[in-house]
Design a protein around this ligand. Structure first.
Ligand SMILES: NC(=O)C1=CN([C@@H]2O[C@H](COP(=O)(O)OP(=O)(O)OC[C@H]3O[C@@H](n4cnc5c(N)ncnc54)[C@H](OP(=O)(O)O)[C@@H]3O)[C@@H](O)[C@H]2O)C=CC1
Ligand SMILES: Nc1nc(=O)c2c([nH]1)NC[C@@H]1CN(c3ccc(C(=O)N[C@@H](CCC(=O)O)C(=O)O)cc3)C=[N+]21
Length: 287
């Protein structure tokens, strides 16, 4: 069996088409959704991601501003910019691209973003809301993964899901969303002695580690659904995920490619969150 490919580009196109209509309706009502992206330093990968985000905004009818600062920017200067954007009525979402230079405390920066503009879903208020099942912004990458499962008709209810990785931006919120969707969830990490023991039992595997070939065909139950969040470069410098794609696709029932899988969906969910933020502002203004 060769797995069905879960195409993040095609799914993104579909979601963004619907989103463009919501953005247009907001614009007509004087609430054009606006996203501010802040990039500090000159990490080349970050520059590519950030440019992709700005282009996606433009293509979908969102207003976006890109603020680029040198790596020498101080924490105080960055916090001042975030506070100014919190007060800016034309901006509904604020994204500070990570990683930040080492002299800046990323936690402090994220906690300074107003939770109503936290379209990344990284603020403790957003994490807390997710934890207790209240309305808040879901982190874009795990949110996108859930949309991909939904797109292939994979309902996590009653399934055993194994998440590899426990970061605050991917692994932990991923586990929480799967739990909310009534999966039985196992979270593995660098201290898990026998990763394969867990993944072999999984109906759904989400790999979010950042190392090539963390998941190989012998570690996957036939028919499992495999979501690859990882972003790595192989020996030829080509982009690849955490999953041995060629091997695992012969065992899994569905799999996401890298590139063209989770990455584009992350950007799409950022747009979704930004439009939602603007819709909340518009609804409050109308009330
Ligand atoms: N496609 C997209 O849109 C996005 C992709 N990414 C990519 O996803 C990957 C993960 O990102 P992120 O969560 O931020 O990364 P982190 O480095 O923050 O977290 C990696 C996690 O993997 C765990 N881990 C490390 N080695 C192993 C191992 N051998 N077996 C099991 N678990 C292991 C770590 O465990 P421990 O906690 O014990 O250290 C940690 O929990 C990266 O490649 C990143 O580039 C990230 C965000 C968005
Ligand atoms: N505040 C913040 N929010 C983030 O969401 C955030 C961040 N910081 N820092 C870095 C990670 C990583 N991330 C990606 C988004 C899209 C692709 C993506 O579109 N990837 C394309 C390929 C892009 C390429 O060719 O390099 C793909 O997989 O097809 C990848 C990675 C968001 N992140």
């Amino acid at each position: 069996m060769t797995a069905q490919l879960i195409d993040g580009v095609a799914l993104s196109r579909q979601i963004r088409t619907e989103l463009a209509q919501r953005a247009a309706a907001l614009s007509a009502a004087g609430h054009t959704p606006g996203l501010a992206v802040i990039l500090v330093g000159d990490n080349p990968a970050s520059q590519v991601y950030v440019r992709n985000k700005v282009k996606a905004c433009h293509d979908t009818g969102l207003h976006s501003v890109l603020e680029q600062y040198p790596a020498s920017m101080t924490e105080q200067e960055l916090l001042a910019r975030v506070r100014a954007l919190n007060e800016d009525a034309s901006i509904h979402g604020i994204l500070v691209q990570l990683p930040l230079p080492a002299h800046i405390d990323a936690h402090k920066v994220i906690e300074t973003i107003s939770p109503v503009k936290d379209v990344d879903g990284f603020h403790v208020a957003s994490a807390g809301a997710l934890m207790v099942g209240q309305e808040g912004f879901k982190p874009c990458t795990p949110y996108g993964c859930m949309k991909m499962l939904q797109a292939i008709g994979c309902n996590p209810r009653g399934k055993h899901a194994v998440v590899i990785g426990r970061s605050n931006i991917v692994g932990k919120p991923m586990a929480m969303l799967l739990l909310q969707a009534n999966a039985t969830v196992t979270v593995c990490h660098s201290g898990t002695p026998d990763l394969a023991y867990h993944t072999r039992q999984a109906d759904i595997v989400v790999a979010a580690v950042g190392k090539r070939n963390v998941l190989t065909a012998d570690m996957v139950k036939p028919g499992a659904v495999v979501i690859d969040v990882g972003m790595n470069r192989n020996d030829e410098g080509k982009l690849c995920g955490d999953v041995d794609f060629e091997g695992v696709r012969e065992v899994a029932s569905a799999i996401t490619p890298v590139p063209g899988g989770v990455g584009p969906m992350t950007i799409t969910m950022l747009l979704v969150n930004t439009v939602e933020a603007a819709e909340r502002v518009a609804a409050a203004a109308a009330a």
